[in-house]
Write a protein that binds this ligand. Sequence first.
Ligand code: AMP
Length: 213
Amino acid sequence: MRLILLGPPGAGKGTQAKMLKDKFGIPQISTGDILRKAIRDNTDLGFKARTFMDGGQLVPDDLVIRLIRERIRQDDCQKGFILDGFPRTIPQAEKLSETLGEMGLTLDAVVDLEIEPEEVTERLAGRSNCSQCGTMYHEVSRPPNRPGVCDLCGGELYKREDDNRETIHKRLDVYAKETAPLKEYYGSQGNLKAVKAKGTVEEIFMQVCSMVS
Ligand code: AMP
């Protein structure tokens, strides 16, 4: 199964992608995670991406396109994959389609997680992530039992550099201008499925699954 999860920052793409990965046994490919790791590892890619990411801007298309073209050719993607945070621009979507075409593959579905911008600001401003297993917490809706420590693996929790109000607003602007047009792009191809990102994580997951299986 080859899927794209669309939706603004904070819609829950990462959470749903992890659940889909566990259910279907296919990798979650998050360009944001790959880029953050590149920054932590001090690679050339991380060096090039950092200023864009800290400012809430998109990393240039050619960098992320190259990254995805290599990633989806890896062995663990043979049964499929979940793209989380890619594509984010029309040129990225076009290149993805070209690459899949070269590989003789097509997309099965593009799931759009719909949510109001006001809601995501609160979600993002209050969230923290486990540095080891990636589990997400929220200071109001899902606080950890011990502050700063992951309930599941004991890992240290951290806040993303770009989860501050100023950068969140910037990211939402960029989403509206650059990424939202993908809904029309995939809608016109007939494989866009909309899911209201309201309710519990499990309720949303049930809806997502009903769209893709
Ligand atoms: P995310 O973890 O998906 O919220 O992404 C965090 C940041 O990484 C974004 O604000 C961008 O700066 C960068 N990024 C992630 N995916 C992409 C992409 N497909 N195109 C351009 N920049 C991206």
